[in-house]
Design a protein around this ligand. Structure first.
Ligand code: NAD
Ligand code: DAU
Length: 363
């Protein structure tokens, strides 16, 4: 079992990073170390998502550092100030549609930013004789999208060839290759996880599930791309956090681990389930919500199907998905219903403007 003391979480103000920090500070036994959340607070980052934890642990076990992962001087200073021994690298531009409209930020953060972070870790962890410390870890959070698109059968394994098809997935694939290159060339102790679609609290409402929930509550159209039959494998975000935690403790250096929900849904079928759930919980008319479903033009290069074979992480690390889909989706809907203040905070950014532009362009 690896001893983790000072963990640098990049992108901790975003959706999965926030849930991960909540998970390790509040739901794990045996971790008494410190979390440093490094985030530049793009439109997708919200410091308020961790306001309560900042109150409980701030200055002792939790620290927020406002910085760009690509800013070498700032990141080096953070490594030194907090004596970082573990990196969990979530920070990224994460939305496929935005990568189609403006790929540059994806290359800057996901590729160049990851490179800068890797190089900073390598310099900071170099010992006097030049060798790299081996009691440290750089864990890189990646996506199943690096593997491309599946046909009707099969699932991605850790050996599947990379075949990214959007600027987003290409930038994540490039980052994965850099991480492995730093391991093979310089001996940096790394692990990578490639996860399927996450859902849960604190997800920015440009992604399918939270966008659909909020549009239902606001009486807006429910956009479905193409024929609505693209398939995604959905995983509750806390199950992802638990998987990452296991990899940090026991994952083998230089290995990749696929993480998935074994829970495939066609978009349109998922939307119908979500409509029934939101209608029930928010006392809305399900017929009216179904009438709001609007087929819009397809995402260019839209991957048809993702599915993950997660036998490796289950067999090696004993991970499994804990919550059933209905229950976890119910918790997600409950959270959005209970947190209008968080949503209002998000609205001050370009959220609604961008969503509406994206929608208008697809009609
Ligand atoms: P998100 O967009 O919600 O959050 C990204 C966070 O990174 C934000 O807080 C943002 O401010 C921060 N950030 C962006 N650029 C930065 C920079 N240059 N320097 C510092 N901070 C920066 O993303 P998410 O959905 O939480 O995804 C987190 C990670 O997980 C990403 O690497 C993504 O590729 C990966 N992933 C996401 C999913 C999913 O379903 N959401 C699934 C698999 C993998
Ligand atoms: O598979 C992991 C990936 O999942 C992560 O790497 C990405 O960061 C994350 O954003 C997510 O990518 P997707 O493109 O699959 O997620 P998104 O929520 O954008 O879309 C899910 C599906 O729903 C996809 O087939 C497109 C479709 N869609 C999406 C939106 C926003 C719609 O039909 N209508 C919509 O309004």
């Amino acid at each position: 079992m690896r001893r983790l003391q000072n963990i640098l979480v990049t992108g901790g103000a975003g959706f999965i990073g926030t849930n991960f920090i909540r998970f390790i500070l509040e739901k794990t036994a045996g971790f008494s170390g410190r979390i440093v959340n490094l985030d530049i607070l793009t439109y997708a980052g919200n410091r308020e998502s961790l306001e309560d934890l900042e109150g409980r642990y701030g200055g002792e076990r939790y620290f927020f550092e406002y910085a760009d992962i690509g800013d070498r001087a700032a990141v080096e200073a953070i490594f030194e100030r907090h004596r970082i021994d573990t990196v969990v690298h979530f920070a990224a531009e994460s939305h496929v549609d935005r990568s189609i409209l403006g790929p540059e930020a994806f290359i800057r953060t996901n590729v160049t930013g990851t490179f800068a972070l890797l190089d900073t870790a390598r310099n900071y962890w170099r010992e006097a004789g030049g060798a790299l410390r081996q009691d440290v870890l750089f864990h890189h959070i990646s996506t199943d999208e690096v593997y491309g698109s599946l046909g009707e059968t099969g699932a991605f394994t850790e050996e599947s060839a990379y075949d990214p098809r959007s600027p987003y997935s290409a930038s994540k694939a490039a980052a994965d290759h850099l991480v492995m290159a730093y391991h093979h060339t310089y001996g940096l102790p790394v692990t990578i996880s490639n996860c399927s679609n996450n859902y849960g609290p604190y997800q920015f409402p440009e992604k399918f599930i939270p966008l659909s929930i909020l549009n239902m509550l606001e009486g807006k159209p429910l956009p479905v791309y193409g024929d609505g039959r693209n398939i995604r494998d959905w995983l509750y975000v806390e199950d992802h956090a638990r998987a990452v935690w296991l990899i940090l403790q026991k994952g083998r250096i230089g290995e990749k681990y696929n993480i998935g929900g074994e829970n495939e849904w066609e978009n349109i079928k998922l939307l119908r389930v979500l409509i029934d759930m939101v209608a029930r919980k928010a006392s809305l008319d399900p017929e009216k919500l179904r009438g709001a479903i609007t087929y819009v033009s397809d995402r260019p290069g839209h991957d048809r199907r993702y599915a993950i074979d997660c036998a490796k992480i289950k067999g090696e690390l004993g991970w499994k998905r804990e919550l059933g889909f209905e229950e976890a989706l119910g918790r997600t809907v409950d959270w959005y219903l209970a947190n209008p203040r968080w949503i209002d905070g998000i609205r001050t950014g370009d959220y609604r403007k961008w969503i509406e532009k994206n929608y208008e362009e697809r009609r």
